[in-house]
Design a binder for this molecule. Structure first.
Ligand code: GLU
Length: 582
């Protein structure tokens, strides 16, 4: 655990009070007071985080309280039976660490696990609601690892907000209710269709979903919290692990996950990847996260056509961002997977010369050159031995992102997920089991016979789009933390926010409010209802294949430090986000 400087701060203030004011250096007097802030996708989660910070907890302590609450109140998006990536900034050492709590496939997983007998891919919803898709949950082990490094309060004290809510009940939010209306049809209501625990939890005896505002209690989850508050290893080695394995092994489409697979899980502490961008460093999680596409896009933009002063009002600026996205997505789709299983041209993908070369492909009109895969291997220090197959990974949305700055200036940027809405829809201990293994490619080779890097394998982690990011200034001080849910679109949503702030000079909230645009492959999606007609038609005139027919479900959270040291937060109006300040 970390000795918290807050305690020292109080002590030195007292000591200073006893001595003369001249003893204080000018710098100490002028140092702006560090605020603390929490931005999450749910008011209860933000309140839980603030409560911990108020008690003198660190950003990591607050993250533990936040995630234990989200698991309860936003179960469609994330939970303790899911996975996560956390990027942590230590203000004292000005260093970053990445905690990888990505789920891993069981030892019995096979490359053809999501294929039908005729070689076709299993329909996505069949795979999602099966036992096959649950990976070993990683988030709790990851939080425990981060707590050992960065926690200041006792582990056992961090679950009280969530326990109280689970015991006394929480009101079903409009978004949670909306999810039941839209996705309830996938929750089995009859045992022959699958385990019915979720149906019993969310529906009344007449089979009607509990309404918005209904006080929902989850005593099972309260019991789980009691166990893990005492000892998180119980989740992995005790009864909970056995119950998870038993649930996964239930029909239909039973999975192979065992209690031994769960006991063997290890979170990984990784080195953050950073990309120079103007006078900042944009940093995030290395593979199996795809954050590096965020770094690539910003690196390409730095070398691409300079944005005009009109910022978001100039369609040409959007056209440049669209092409930078296409260039980066093409490479990430082809090359990124679990680093324990595949060699990747990571250095090449973030190489300045390579990104400058890719940026030259950006034109003043749409061209197919920007959505063709590049050759980052040519810029890597080691060559490729194989030709990577064309990716066939699908990815649906059930994720959350939150950011925390504590009173010492330490920062957490964390994205957590159960993969798609309510994960598998199977429940254990009041938690939804993730369906993260559907983030693997269902096919293991492409039509040309080349191996797909993100194919399923035993003990492998599926590629993730989750891209928690932290931006540092030229002195290595914290500048901004952001990220989003949204499956493959996470990269585009996160980049839009950075472009809004750093390229177009907007305040964080205005950047979050910008229409979302996702340019992956030929089609450029522009957010229905948010993108102005003038932008849509200008993009079409430039030759882009524009699809403005769907909403874009980002859930961006941002904290930015201003030059005077104050913090500014932003939450995405597309979800139920709340900014909390201490
Ligand atoms: N499972 C996805 C991933 O890890 C995230 C899904 C979402 O954002 O909703 O990339």
């Amino acid at each position: 655990m970390k000795f918290h400087m807050l305690a020292l701060g109080v002590l030195s203030a007292t000591l200073l009070g006893c001595g003369s004011a001249e003893n204080q250096t000018k710098q100490e007097v002028e140092q702006p007071k560090q605020q603390a802030m929490v931005v999450t996708a749910n008011p209860h989660a933000t309140a839980a985080g603030l409560e911990v910070l108020r008690a003198g907890g660190s950003a990591v302590d607050a993250a533990i309280a936040v995630e234990s609450v989200l698991s309860l109140v936003e179960p469609q998006s994330s939970g303790l039976a899911g996975g996560a990536f956390m990027v942590h900034y230590d203000s004292e050492t000005k260093s970053l660490a990445v905690y990888d709590g990505r789920e891993s496939a069981p030892s019995g997983a096979t490359p053809d696990m999501f294929m039908l007998e005729n070689g076709d891919s299993m329909p996505f919803m069949q795979a999602k609601t099966s036992g096959l898709s649950t990976g070993v949950p990683g988030v709790l082990a990851m939080l425990s690892m981060a707590h050992k490094d960065q926690g200041t309060l006792e582990w056992s004290s961090l679950f009280s907000y969530a326990s109280k809510l689970a015991n006394e009940g929480f009101e079903i939010s409009p978004r949670l209710h909306g999810m039941l209306e839209r996705f309830g049809k996938y929750i089995p209501s009859k045992p022959e269709d699958g385990p019915t625990d979720a149906f019993e939890y969310f529906y009344d005896e007449a089979g009607v979903a509990h309404p918005e505002g209904y006080l929902l209690k989850n005593p099972e989850y309260a019991k789980t919290l009691e166990i893990i508050a005492k000892d998180p290893t119980e989740f992995y080695q005790g009864e909970i692990a056995k119950e998870i394995a038993a649930m996964v092994q239930q029909e239909p489409r039973a999975g192979s996950l065992t209690a031994e697979d769960i006991a063997a899980y290890k979170p990984v502490k990784r080195t953050a990847l950073c990309q120079d961008y103007r006078d900042t460093q944009i940093c995030g999680a290395p593979p199996p996260s795809s954050w590096l596409a965020v770094g690539m896009i910003m690196g390409i933009l730095e070398n691409g056509p300079k944005p005009s002063a009109e910022g978001p009002d100039d369609p040409k600026n959007w056209a440049v961002m669209a092409q930078a996205q296409q260039l980066a997505y093409a490479d990430r789709d082809q090359f990124i997977a679990d680093p324990n299983f595949v060699d990747m041209p990571i250095k090449g993908m973030l190489n300045k010369e390579y990104l400058a070369k890719r940026a030259k492909l950006i034109a003043d009109k749409a061209t197919p050159l920007t959505y063709a895969v590049g050759d980052p291997w040519a810029y890597n220090d080691t060559p490729s031995e194989t030709t990577a197959g064309i990716d066939a990974t699908q990815d649906v949305h059930g994720t959350t992102h939150f950011v925390i700055v504590d009173s010492e200036g330490d920062v957490v940027s964390m994205t957590a997920t159960v993969e798609s809405i309510f994960g598998t829809t199977r429940m254990v201990g009041g938690m939804f089991l993730n369906n993260q293994l559907t983030d693997f490619s269902f096919q293991h080779h492409d039509k040309e016979g080349n191996p797909i890097v993100n194919a399923v394998a035993a003990n492998k982690r599926p590629r993730s789009s989750m891209s928690p990011s932290i931006v540092l200034d030229k002195d290595g001080e914290f500048l901004m933390a952001t990220g989003s849910p949204g499956g493959n679109n996470i990269i585009a949503y996160t980049v839009k926010t950075m472009v809004g702030v750093f390229e177009w000079d907007l305040e964080p909230q205005a950047a979050v409010d910008l229409p979302n645009m996702v340019a992956r492959g030929k089609t450029v999606r522009l957010e229905k209802g948010a993108a102005p007609e003038s932008l849509i038609s200008a993009m079409k005139e430039m030759g882009f294949d524009v699809d403005a027919s769907r909403g874009e479900n980002s859930g961006l959270s941002v904290i930015m430090r201003k030059p005077d040291g104050t913090l500014v937060g932003a939450a995405d109006k597309r979800r139920e986000g709340v900014i909390g300040t201490l």
